[in-house]
Design a protein around this ligand. Structure first.
Ligand code: ATP
Ligand code: MG
Length: 427
């Protein structure tokens, strides 16, 4: 696909902006803090309703305003002209107690992010992405979740349901814990799970009923079992998909790394979750194993007041030559690893959706040596690319005529835009 236009209203340091684009490579250049990354951020936002830099929509509103909107028009590889927009309106502008996120697809409002994700495809590689290798597991889970969600809407919905069920289970764990300590201190009843079946919010009344009926008290496991079954079903879907995708990304990223760096260095990925599950098992088998593990950890979970295992705790191990890249790889190697993962994401999205995603490169070119730069552009020669940099000469130092940059023998049109204080001038 290719982006044909970008419209911004009150987005970061842009009051109003309208740009249209051809296919090819688009370069935003200018001094620091002028709004180059903001442009890529606004484009990326339309893939998944989330900035790559912040989870706080408030930050994206132009100071002094009370809403922002980013809108993209794009032409799919199937030849369809489409439009996606995302807006965020502060509560005060609506005279309401709640702010509003508004999404639309071809001018029709959609109510759930799951209906927006997977329409417009872009892959971003920004300095923050180094955290995929260097940072904690959350960034790696996000990388996987975003990739799979763009391909599979059922996966995104499973994530939403899993997160909802998880917070309900965690609330119940806390209620059981508090009830347990209350019972212990009054010493009237000694069993922690005397609350009986069902809803945590009705625990007290139900406990009275059970006493009158003289039923045996439920164990913690029994009390949690309804939640655990539902949670296990969602977790199994998520785990199965993650395990499958990790296999595929691992191969593709490893090949990309070899090509980019011209070396024999080996990248491998390993999904780290509860033991005893693999991509060779069915979703049903994974659900059964996960359910058993949840039940086994029930008492510990009550003690902690939270669920100690599951897709929300898992990690993706990134290894270079079989050593953990986080501690073993140099800064430059970590950059190449993340770039390889991003290329793998791009290629997988392309293969699975039949659409060529747009590539957004924030401050990447100046960090790569000329060979890696050339290889990168060779790999993405069929994709529309948007990139930023401070100095246009430095980004293409080896090319006499950067407007007709040659990649792998293929001519690509290049477009330059000078960005200064929230205004963008094609040059
Ligand atoms: P660099 O080359 O340093 O990466 P950049 O051109 O990519 O710079 P951006 O991150 O795109 O810079 O934009 C930063 C500018 O946007 C800063 O001047 C910052 O003050 C401004 N900015 C960020 N958020 C807002 C906002 N909500 N309202 C107004 N201005 C904002
Ligand atoms: Mg920037």
């Amino acid at each position: 696909m290719r982006l044909t236009s970008l419209k911004l209203t009150n987005f970061r340091n842009y009051g109003k902006l309208e740009l249209s684009f051809e296919d090819g490579i688009h370069v935003f250049y200018g001094d620091n803090a002028q709004g180059k990354t903001n442009l890529l951020e606004a484009i990326f936002l339309c893939t998944c309703a989330r900035s790559h830099r912040t989870g706080r929509d408030e930050e994206l509103i132009l100071h002094g305003e009370n809403f922002y909107k980013s809108e993209v028009e794009f032409l799919t590889d199937r030849g369809l002209e489409e439009k996606v927009s995302f807006a965020y309106i502060q509560a005060e502008a609506l005279n309401s107690s709640r702010s509003l996120r508004k999404m639309s697809y071809n001018d029709i409002e959609v109510s759930n992010i799951s209906e927006m994700i997977g329409l417009f495809h872009a892959v971003i590689f920004a300095p923050e992405d180094l955290q995929i290798v260097k940072g904690g597991p959350g960034g790696r889970r996000r990388f996987l979740d975003l990739l799979i969600s763009q391909i599979s809407r059922p996966y995104f919905r499973a994530l939403q349901r899993y997160s909802h069920l998880l917070s309900q289970r965690n609330s119940l764990l806390k209620i059981i814990r508090e009830r347990g300590s209350a019972n212990r201190s009054s010493s009237k009843r000694t069993d922690m799970a005397a609350g009986g079946p069902g809803l945590a919010t009705e625990a007290k009344d139900t406990a009275d009923d059970i006493e009158t009926l003289e039923l045996p008290p439920m164990t913690i496991q029994e009390e949690l079992s309804v939640w655990d079954r539902s949670l296990a079903a969602e977790a199994a879907h998520i785990l199965k998909q993650r395990l499958d995708y990790v296999e595929q990304i691992s191969n593709s990223a490893s090949l990309s790394l070899a090509y980019l760096t011209d070396s024999n260095e080996e990248l491998s990925l390993k999904y780290k979750g509860i033991g005893g599950i693999s991509h060779l098992q069915s979703e049903g088998e994974i659900a059964a194993i996960f359910y058993a593990r949840l039940q086994r950890s029930a008492e510990d979970d009550v003690f902690r007041g939270s669920t100690s295992l599951g897709p929300h705790r898992d990690d993706l191990e990134v290894n270079l030559n079989e050593y953990p890249a986080r501690t073993y790889a140099s800064q430059g190697q970590q950059r190449s690893l993340v770039l390889s993962l991003k290329i793998a994401e791009l290629l997988l999205l392309r293969e699975r959706t039949g659409e060529r995603p747009i590539l957004l490169l924030d401050d990447v070119m100046s960090e790569l040596d000329s060979k890696r730069r050339e290889r990168l552009l060779e790999i993405v020669k069929d994709h529309q690319v948007f990139m930023t940099g401070t100095d246009k000469e430095h980004m293409f130092e080896n090319n006499d005529d950067p407007t007709q940059f040659l990649t792998g023998g293929q001519e690509r049109s290049m477009y330059f835009y000078y960005v200064k204080a929230g205004s963008v001038t094609p040059v």
